[in-house]
Design a protein around this ligand. Structure first.
Ligand code: M6R
Length: 612
């Protein structure tokens, strides 16, 4: 999705802006642009295509301005083109604006502005914003910076939808205004300079101290200061937060791709997420939660709501919560949850999972649940992200920044956090004590076992080389392994573009088996002793029909039946998805590499889906 970078300080802005945009490339985009304040007014340089193309634009080297805004666009209104790229300006070129989000009432605003003499040169919703600011600016009788502030505030009050905005004005060469609603924006505080971005990693190499903006906050930036206002332009007091991620964690560190690096970071991500939440002999603690027996006994239903991979992590969470705590738990896709009239009241706990914390559907589902009186708990990897600020309670995974579009370490970190949460609930409710104690011991062995599992990499690479030209690949499993089959199949689709389906192994004979023919590849996952025999029988059915098979297992099976078997360490089924997904992540990765695809930035996809 679109990305924003901004700079106000004493250094030349353009290289800082372009480098910041390069760091945001992983989010997906189709065009890029910057605007700076120069001695003769506002510069504007933009085009469709890669960020690096900006370096080739005529005049880019002549820019001297020390204040500027920048944007990568992911087309929503209007095709990728120079005209539709950001920044956009008003007709008189007094304001330059970049915008993330969608202005839902832009048609109405455009009509109003056209009636008032404004012309439009793009198909975007964004172009209404600089013109609307200009409209209010011209009407304002104030002098000084108040005129700029009021014009922005009045324009924002007219906007419906979502926005993160950076605005510069040629009449105020020492200031910038930024604001947001339902779209992320942070300010990094430097010494005599301020950095702005939609994403922390883009500016992490400059500062660790961030101001996290809330909806409807307007910030007037100068080189030395950030003044915060509400929509009535009353001052707001705001403190910075220190972000612990280090800048090198947003770089490839010798790996060919971010995805591979992130797969290999899973032992650390899991170790960090487990943290010191419990030890073998101590009860599980979450400093951020103050749940007690009364609180939990009053919860009659739990919903886990998320999208894509985060939703698949939710399935592992449901398994643990229902089995360990005996609380009915449903997992919902956020975009469906909102419209299916879910049964929510004050005895409902809704858990929202989002790596980015900015997924529009997940945020909307969270707001709906709150409005129905539910208790809400957010799980995210990004400190201060929107869901963490919206929810009543919040827990963080400690995966470090995840750059590749395909989620890997965020998924396994979400699974472990949900299982630990289930343990925490069970200990408060004083049930399943024996099981919980043995599970805690198992969890502590996970980082080592992930390292062992990663050793299957070359075996997987060999298999990927054999099947990378396939048109269809199927994933089968039962119980928790079916959830992993879903995630494995999603991973393969998104980065290799191979059509893939996942099924509960027992469902095969109720239809999908009709698709199995000679040489089709079927991947079976078997980590549950109780279910292994049944899954083997289902796999026998596909082998009889000529399928090639890859098996991921930690069970004793007759390996001679299958084309390749990847043995992973034995572990409790509650957390086996954390190990069994790893060969499947590597499988997708090696297939995409063999096909020569851009693993980190698959087509049509964005890292953070901030539109519904
Ligand atoms: O940031 P979120 O966790 O809310 O993102 C949810 C999905 O968009 C995300 O998991 C997506 O499915 C991944 N690209 C899958 O690898």
């Amino acid at each position: 999705m679109c990305g924003i970078v901004g700079y106000i300080g004493y250094q030349k802005a353009s290289p800082i802006l372009i480098n910041g945009l390069i760091r945001l490339e992983y989010r997906g985009y189709d065009s890029a642009g910057i605007s700076t304040i120069e001695s003769d007014g506002l510069s504007i340089m933009k085009d469709k295509g890669r960020v690096r193309n900006l370096y080739d634009l005529d005049g880019i080297d002549d820019l001297k301005g020390t204040i500027g805004i920048a944007h990568t666009r992911w087309a929503t209104h209007g095709k990728p083109s120079k005209e539709n790229s950001h920044p956009h300006q008003d007709n008189s070129k007094t304001f330059s604006v970049v915008h993330n989000g969608i202005i839902e009432n832009y048609n109405e605003l455009k009509k109003f502005l056209i009636e008032n003499g404004y012309k439009f040169y793009s198909d975007t919703d964004t172009e209404t914003i600089p013109n609307l600011i200009h409209y209010y600016y011209m009407k304002n009788k104030n002098t000084g910076i108040q005129r700029f502030l009021e014009a922005v505030r009045n324009a924002c009050a007219d906007l419906k939808g979502s926005y993160a905005l950076e605005i510069i004005c040629k009449d105020y060469p020492d200031n910038m205004i930024v604001t947001r609603k339902d779209s992320p924006l942070v300010i990094g505080k430097g010494n005599g300079e301020n950095y702005i971005s939609s994403d922390i990693p883009a500016i992490l190499s400059f500062t660790r101290d961030f101001y996290l903006l809330n909806d409807f906050e307007i910030v007037l930036l100068s080189r030395d200061e950030a003044k915060f206002y509400d929509m009535d332009l009353n001052n707001i007091d705001k403190k910075t937060k220190t972000i612990e991620w280090d800048a090198t964690s947003s770089e490839k560190n010798g790996f060919d791709d971010f995805m591979l690096k992130e797969i290999y970071e899973q032992p650390t991500a899991i170790r960090e997420t487990i943290g010191s939440k419990f030890s073998e002999n101590s009860k599980c603690e979450f400093e951020e939660l103050n749940f007690d027996k009364d609180f939990l006994s009053n919860i009659k239903r739990i919903y886990i709501v998320a999208c894509g991979t985060a939703m698949h992590a939710g399935l592992a969470g449901k398994n643990a919560i229902e089995k360990l705590c005996r609380i009915p738990t449903e997992v919902d896709i956020a975009s469906e949850f909102r419209y299916r009239e879910p049964l929510i009241d004050d005895k409902t706990l809704c858990i929202f999972i989002s790596q980015s914390g900015e997924t529009a559907d997940t945020i909307a589902a969270l707001k709906l649940s709150k409005s129905h009186g539910a208790k809400t708990l957010a799980i995210s990897n990004v400190i201060g992200s929107s869901i963490t600020r919206e929810a009543d309670y919040c827990l963080y995974t400690h995966a470090g920044p995840e750059i590749a579009v395909a989620s890997t370490k965020a998924y396994t970190s979400q699974v472990i956090l949900l299982v630990i949460l289930a343990i925490y609930f069970a200990e408060i409710l004083e049930i399943n004590t024996e099981k919980v104690n043995s599970l805690k011991k198992e969890i502590l062995t996970l980082p080592k076992k992930i390292e062992e599992t990663l050793k299957s990499s070359s075996q997987i690479e060999d298999f990927a080389k054999k099947v990378y030209q396939e048109k269809d690949i199927f994933f089968l499993g039962r119980g928790v392994d079916e959830n992993v089959a879903k995630e494995g199949s999603l991973k393969l689709k998104e980065i290799s573009y191979i059509h893939s389906e996942s099924y509960a192994a027992g469902e095969l004979k109720h239809g999908p088996i009709a698709l199995i023919e000679k040489d089709v590849t079927v991947i079976g996952i078997m980590t549950d002793e109780k279910l292994v025999e049944k899954t083997v029988s289902n796999l026998q059915e596909v082998i009889t029909r000529g399928a090639k098979t890859l098996i991921i297992t930690n069970q004793k099976i007759d390996e001679s039946m299958f084309d390749m078997v990847i043995n992973i360490p034995k572990i409790d089924c509650f957390v086996s998805p954390i190990l069994s997904i790893i060969p499947l992540q590597l499988f997708s990765y090696y297939i995409a590499k063999e096909k020569g695809l851009d693993v980190d930035k698959p087509r049509n996809l964005a890292k953070s889906v901030t539109v519904e």
